[in-house]
Design a protein around this ligand. Structure first.
Ligand code: NDP
Length: 460
């Protein structure tokens, strides 16, 4: 129970992955905790991110499975996709999960306010709809991010973001997606798989900037192989509504191209959700992108106010927010401060085929160390050999020459996200190429290639 003159020990703003973890753990330690959530418990991951997105990936991947099934001897009629039936099943599961998040909070003794909360001072929060203030010894800001809207773009009101893609009334016939990051690439594959005429417009040369170059090249190639029209080196100039009744939009690109579509999507990054949160009143400093500045212990520049998750724009991934939330609890209520470890975090991009990656890219390793060995293989996965002979998988190891430590593993191909979770342990543990090689293969699998790569790629 609170032993100070505040209403709560902890007030958390935002019931997403980071906020929920921190609040539950704190309440389970006997702290008096409240959470305010203005939308729905679960946050971006559960409500409009990872979870429904993965269902959409599964839905879209059936197109390929049906083709493969034919190659394996199965006969069936022409498959048809019912968007509404799928969408409603997906929404029902999201509702169920959101309910679980809410129940887990309240079962742990956390008070949940379905309200917007703003900071009014170091220890004061105002619940906007209830129009009352409450006080807390600590405030945790875990409000996440929101899609960047590019408000200078003429006709931006005709574009939607990934938030709306889960609720469409009809499956579009033509979709144009701006961006070349996680969200643009994943949704381009989803819609192409669902039979939608899909175009991706990226301002650079090769999608997925920041990833290993071999991953980028493979994903770029994969988009084209999936029949996504990929237009590079340009951006949207304007969007117009050409037929309101049919919902038809026209996108004019800066290179002069004109694209008609019934849905236009901006997937051009996410910004921290700090606007209008009153943080300045408490002396919480933001960076140029509006992210809350924090130290290794998630402490903001204001005493007693902490921040975790995407609102801090460190590594914007659900499992990272969860760990930051847990580290916050250790720091504030545990016996010693706990800095969340942000190194060597494996990640996946659910393109089709998907990406799994952990550790140094080749470019990063070459910059940091004198000599690097690269092992790389591109091969045909067994499953596709008799049905989709054009299928491929790319695997790459980045090894430090001096001590043979495997610094990075980069995969594109079926099961890459599942494989990278396991091999990420080896990379995190700092194992060497010899230790990879000493591990007996599991046969026949895709992953066995990771322990059988013998030949270094010759330096260029
Ligand atoms: P990303 O930062 O991954 O990508 C943004 C893309 O938009 C880049 O290709 C960028 O180009 C481009 N871009 C940025 N500004 C503009 C502009 N003004 N005009 C045109 N293009 C622009 O953001 P996302 O929105 O795809 O995803 C946000 C975050 O969400 C990710 O960084 C990730 O942390 C998380 N996420 C994780 C997923 C996963 O784990 N599988 C899935 C989805 C999201 P350039 O490359 O030139 O900068």
């Amino acid at each position: 129970m609170a032993d100070h003159p505040f209403n709560y020990d902890l007030f958390t703003i935002g019931a997403g992955s980071g906020g929920v973890r921190a609040s539950r753990l704190s309440a389970m330690m006997g702290k008096k905790v409240a959470v305010a959530e203005e939308y729905r418990p679960g946050g971006a991951c559960v409500i409009r991110g990872c979870v429904p997105k993965k269902f959409m990936v599964y839905a879209s991947s059936y197109a390929r499975h049906f083709k493969q099934a034919h190659g394996y001897g199965w006969e069936m009629g022409e498959p048809e996709f019912d968007w509404i039936r799928f969408r409603d099943a997906m929404s029902a599961e999201v509702d169920r999960l959101s309910g679980i998040y809410a129940r887990n909070l309240t079962n742990a003794g956390v008070e949940l306010f379905e309200d917007r909360a703003v900071v009014e001072g170091s220890n004061t929060v105002r619940l906007v709809n209830q129009n009352r203030t409450v006080t807390a010894k600590h405030i945790l800001v875990a409000v996440g991010g929101t899609p960047n809207r590019d408000n200078d773009l003429p006709g931006v009101e005709y574009a939607i973001s990934s938030n709306e893609l889960f609720h469409l009334e009809t499956l579009p016939r033509h979709i144009v997606i701006a961006g070349g990051g996680f969200i643009a690439c994943e949704f381009a594959h989803i819609f192409a798989g669902l039979g939608v005429d899909t175009c991706l417009v990226y301002r650079g040369e090769t999608v997925l900037r920041g990833f290993d170059d071999d991953i980028r090249t493979a994903v770029h190639k994969g988009l084209k192989e999936a029949n996504v029209q990929v237009i590079t080196h340009t951006v949207f100039e304007k969007i117009e509504l050409v037929d309101e009744h049919a919902g038809l939009k026209r996108v004019t690109l800066k290179n002069g191209d004109v694209l008609d579509a019934d849905q236009v999507v901006l997937a051009i990054g996410r910004d921290p959700c700090t606007r209008g949160l009153g943080l300045e009143t408490a002396g919480v400093e933001l960076d140029a992108r509006g992210a809350i500045k924090v130290d290794a212990y998630s402490r903001t520049t204001a005493n007693g106010i902490y921040a975790v998750g995407d609102v801090t724009n460190r590594i914007n991934l659900t499992p990272v927010a969860i760990r930051e939330g847990a580290a916050f609890v250790d720091t504030v209520y545990g016996s010693k401060p706990h800095a969340c470890d942000h190194s060597t975090i494996a990640r996946a991009v659910f393109t089709q085929p998907p990406v799994g990656t952990v550790g140094h890219t080749e470019a990063e390793a070459r910059k940091e160390f004198d000599q690097i060995d690269i092992y790389k293989t591109v091969f045909r996965p067994m499953k596709g050999v008799i049905t989709n002979p054009q299928d491929w998988m790319m695997m790459k190891l980045v090894v430090r020459t001096l001590d043979q430590v495997v610094l990075g593993v980069h995969l594109v191909g079926d099961e890459a996200p599942e494989i990278i979770q396991a091999v990420g342990i080896a990379v995190k543990a700092g194992l060497t190429k010899a230790q990879f090689d000493a591990t007996c293969a599991v046969h026949p699998t895709l992953a066995e290639e990771l322990v059988t790569m013998k030949d270094k790629v010759s330096p260029v």
